[in-house]
Design a protein around this ligand. Structure first.
Ligand SMILES: [Zn+2]
Ligand SMILES: [Zn+2]
Ligand SMILES: [Zn+2]
Ligand SMILES: [Zn+2]
Ligand SMILES: [Zn+2]
Ligand SMILES: [Zn+2]
Ligand SMILES: [Zn+2]
Ligand SMILES: [Zn+2]
Length: 300
């Protein structure tokens, strides 16, 4: 075979391979240039989903013209493949799957949908989109079924408390664990009471950090029975160390000394505290009395 002929054949084969949508046919048609029916060469090319483009060439004058023509479909469209045009070789759009609803599978983790046209067409994916809580499994946003596991509660190790109880709180929800009343210790005096003012005692829970404060009543005074006095007054001292009465006038029995009689040589003695008080009386000399005494003693 001639080398030139071989290369022409090869080029033709390549052209056929790169133009799969183009068909060739020899036919007859009216050529407007020759003004008569001539043998023509027609090629057909897919244009859109309705038409293919016919290109016609007169084999005599090489006049060339075009027109659109409806596809001539054959075969049956399926979910994934369309029908084929017997003229241009083009394909119609595939039907696409006609999916049923997503239904959860028995694994309770995945859901599947099945094509109504062909049950061998299935799609399976993981259930997703929901949020599990401590007590509730997640609900799939696609098939509406529950999937996965509930989270379970997540109780803290530290205690939470109110005035009466302590507990361990779930970090995600309102659930409480180990609820119990406080176990108070023996308390510590944080403010000591005085004779007239209440003090405070603070109790701490031995488990949690709750505290409570309770008042300690004022002790009241412990008045001594013996008297204390100064030059003018007497009173009873309070035996309590931190007594908050410092002014003697506020102490028990505070009063001026009273009772008893002063003489020229002796102070008055208070009839309550037995302390001497006041001034001695001045001597009161009179002439008659002295004379009379003197005379009387002289006479005897
Ligand atoms: Zn022609
Ligand atoms: Zn066609
Ligand atoms: Zn299908
Ligand atoms: Zn699902
Ligand atoms: Zn919880
Ligand atoms: Zn507690
Ligand atoms: Zn006191
Ligand atoms: Zn007195």
């Amino acid at each position: 075979m001639n080398k030139k002929i071989l290369s022409v054949v090869l080029i033709l084969c390549v052209m056929l391979a790169v133009m799969p949508m183009t068909a060739y046919a020899a036919d007859i048609a009216f050529c407007t240039k020759c003004n008569k029916i001539q043998t023509v060469r027609a090629t057909y090319q897919y244009a859109d989903d309705k038409l293919h483009k016919c290109s016609v060439t007169c084999t005599v004058c090489y006049n060339k013209w075009y027109y659109g023509e409806a596809h001539i479909w054959s075969g049956t469209a399926t979910c994934t493949s369309g029908r084929t045009c017997t003229v241009c070789g083009g394909s119609s759009e595939p039907l696409g799957h006609d999916w049923g609803t997503w239904t959860q599978n028995s694994d309770e983790k995945t859901h599947t949908r099945i094509c109504k046209r062909d049950t061998s067409h299935t799609e399976t994916e993981n259930c997703h989109g929901g949020t599990a809580t401590c007590t509730q499994r997640a609900t799939c946003t696609v098939c509406g079924a529950e999937y996965g596991d509930a989270l379970g509660h997540d109780f803290t190790t530290s205690w939470t408390h109110d005035d009466n109880e302590h507990w361990k709180q779930c970090s995600r929800c309102d659930k409480k664990d180990d609820v119990g009343p406080h176990t108070w210790d023996n308390g510590t005096i944080t403010t000591a009471p005085t004779c007239t003012k209440a003090g405070k005692k603070t109790y701490s829970c031995t488990k949690c950090d709750a505290t409570k404060i309770e008042p300690i009543p004022a002790t009241g005074h412990s008045w001594k029975s013996d008297w204390t006095s100064d030059a003018t007054h007497h009173w009873h001292e309070c035996a309590n160390e931190n007594c908050d009465v410092t002014d003697n006038a506020g102490k028990n029995g505070y009063a001026e000394h009273s009772g008893g009689k002063a003489t020229c040589t002796q102070n008055a003695v208070c009839e309550f505290c037995k302390a001497e008080y006041g001034e001695k009386l001045p001597h009161d000399f009179t002439a008659e009395t002295v004379d009379a005494k003197y005379l009387k003693s002289a006479a005897t």
